[in-house]
Design a protein around this ligand. Structure first.
Ligand code: SAM
Length: 292
């Protein structure tokens, strides 16, 4: 295996210590200023990812910086953002439970700063595609910049479009990913773009949104409707002081997943009563005869 060399226009994850770390784009003839000295890009072009460089001037600064190849989680947490972005742990669950992978065709709304869009783009390579829409010109501009930096412009199309109103001229989409304020209003509309057995994922920060989205999914013949919340806790590992870190992000959002089916009435069995009409305390359907 050959070493991976840093080239012009590469993104590099520059690490000084646990708190001071940056995602930089390498440009020959240019430099990156930190308060611990200057990193000259010409000094790092041609070095291997995983090596180190020292800040200039060497006599007054000379700090050691690590040069790592960015992971998807580094793109997400360090890219320029204009909107709330998806966190790496949530993105991980989205990938596992949506089935998005090489070759997948994905519809996303909204793209926001493009953080999740870039992660998805990375996973559908080499022959999949992300069709991403947003109604904010500011978001579209920022997302386009981030996608260009991540070298994913051929895998991702970012377009101005209102998922609630516009006809998107798409079909046989494998997965739909919604991260927008009113996903429940989009469900009926986007179902027609999704192939049967395809997956829909919705990210929402509040449980009120989750309830409305779940109701809309059930009304539109989606099955396997499940909601999860992930809580990630980092550990400080030190001699005689190993414990969870005191500060953490307590809540990111809820992830609702569903599968699209082409539903049919069952001609062989009596219809069950509507759950919302006859349910016991555990939510189990009751027969109307039990009520008299
Ligand atoms: C929280 S941001 C998405 C963040 C994104 N997932 C990321 O990781 O960067 C929500 C976005 O949804 C967009 N949006 C809201 N309503 C929309 C609609 N009807 N159609 C398309 N996009 C919409 C907003 O403009 C906003 O940029």
């Amino acid at each position: 295996m050959t070493d991976d060399l840093i080239e012009e226009n590469d993104l590099v994850f520059l690490i000084l210590d646990d708190r001071r770390r940056w995602l930089i784009k390498v440009k020959s003839g240019k430099e990156f200023q930190t308060h611990k000295g200057t990193i000259f890009y010409d000094d790092i072009i041609g070095k291997t990812f995983g090596s180190v460089t020292f800040s200039k001037p060497y006599d007054s600064q000379g700090y050691k910086f690590y040069l790592l190849k960015p992971l998807p989680s580094d793109y997400v947490t360090h890219m320029t953002r204009k909107t709330q972005i998806i966190y790496p742990e949530d993105a991980g669950l989205i990938l596992m439970y949506s089935g998005i992978g090489p070759g997948s065709r994905v519809l996303e709304a909204g793209c926001g700063s493009g953080a999740l869009t870039c992660i998805l783009g990375n996973y559908v390579r080499p022959n999949g595609h992300i069709y991403s829409y947003d109604i904010s010109e500011k978001s579209l501009k920022q997302a386009n910049k981030n996608i260009h930096s991540a070298k994913l412009s051929d895998i991702i199309s970012i377009t101005y479009g209102d998922i609630l109103k516009d006809d998107l001229n798409l079909k046989d989409i494998d997965s739909i990913v919604l991260d927008m304020p009113q996903p429940w209003d989009a469900i009926e509309k986007v179902k027609k773009y999704l192939r049967t057995s395809g997956t829909l994922v919705s990210f929402s920060p509040t449980i009120e949104q989750v309830k409305k989205t779940t109701a809309a999914l059930r009304e539109n013949a989606f099955i396997e409707v499940n909601t999860y919340e992930l809580i990630k806790r980092r550990y400080q590992v030190k001699e005689n002081a190993t414990r969870p870190e005191v500060r953490m992000i307590g809540h990111t959002g809820f992830l609702t997943f569903a599968r699209n089916v082409h539903d049919e009435e069952n001609p062989f069995r009596e219809r069950k009563p509507e759950k919302s009409v006859f349910v016991d305390l555990n939510g189990m359907p009751l027969r109307s005869s039990d009520l008299s």
